[in-house]
Design a protein around this ligand. Structure first.
Ligand SMILES: CC(C)(COP(=O)(O)OP(=O)(O)OC[C@H]1O[C@@H](n2cnc3c(N)ncnc32)[C@H](O)[C@@H]1OP(=O)(O)O)[C@@H](O)C(=O)NCCC(=O)NCCS
Length: 198
């Protein structure tokens, strides 16, 4: 497709939804793989939705295993609609310990926003950085997006560290841009662009 301004789409429609969602290997026997509707993943998502830090910074809560399953179905529907691509971070053969993926995918414009969280017991071992690096490589080099944005509250230094270590350059601060439970937060904007150094 070509826009009305005569600029070709950066990624052709249909490429994100085509075929199965890939499994991407991570160090330490972990992988990025599609979310499953089984009890293990539903319970992991339910636990995440009850975790104070995740519900605060990622702005979501999950009240039950059934609600978690419904959310997982919506994640898959968003990939089919080509508006998102969200993976579970999990040990091979095990239940999810984290989430990483792309929101607000704009194939025609070549952009998306990176999101992640890690369950409390799995934090501090480099999982978020490894997952962000792997999905960014896939999104830029395989899918063909041009620009990935990563935003976090200035009150969340752990997320800032993840962004820096995963190769997302700091671009600036948006004032009073995120509404959390305790009020408005300034947000750091980081981005990784096709061709940035590894
Ligand atoms: C932020 C989060 C995803 C990081 O996951 P993780 O797997 O523990 O991250 P990693 O181990 O890959 O790296 C974390 C880095 O942040 C650093 N860090 C952790 N807490 C920190 C803090 N309070 N201040 C500064 N740096 C901090 C760690 O030391 C590490 O850096 P290092 O390797 O140089 O020591 C996880 O803590 C989380 O899910 N938090 C709650 C939800 C959240 O913040 N989501 C992101 C919303 S933008």
């Amino acid at each position: 497709m070509t826009s009305t301004a005569g600029i070709p789409d950066v990624v052709p429609a249909g490429r994100l939804a085509a075929g199965a969602q890939p499994v991407l290997p991570l160090p330490g026997g972990l992988e990025l793989r599609p979310w499953r509707l089984d009890d293990g993943d539903a319970d992991a998502l339910h636990t995440a939705g009850q975790d104070p830090a995740i519900s605060h910074w990622n702005l979501f809560s999950v009240g039950s295993r059934d609600e978690a399953r419904a959310r997982i179905e919506r994640l898959h529907a968003r990939r089919t609609a080509e508006t998102g691509a969200i993976w579970a971070v999990a040990p091979a053969g095990g239940a999810a310990v984290g989430l990483a993926g792309l929101n607000d995918v704009d194939l025609a414009g070549g952009s998306a926003e990176v999101v992640y969280w890690v369950l409390p017991e799995a934090r501090g071992g480099g999982i978020a950085v490894a997952a962000t690096r792997a999905l960014s490589r896939w999104a830029l080099d395989e899918l063909g997006l041009h620009r990935l944005t990563l935003c976090h509250s200035t009150g969340n230094p752990a997320s800032c560290r993840v962004a820096e270590k995963a190769g997302y350059l700091f671009e600036g601060t948006h004032r009073s841009a995120l509404l959390h439970a305790d009020g408005w937060h300034d947000q750091h904007v980081h981005a990784r662009v096709s061709g940035d150094p590894a």
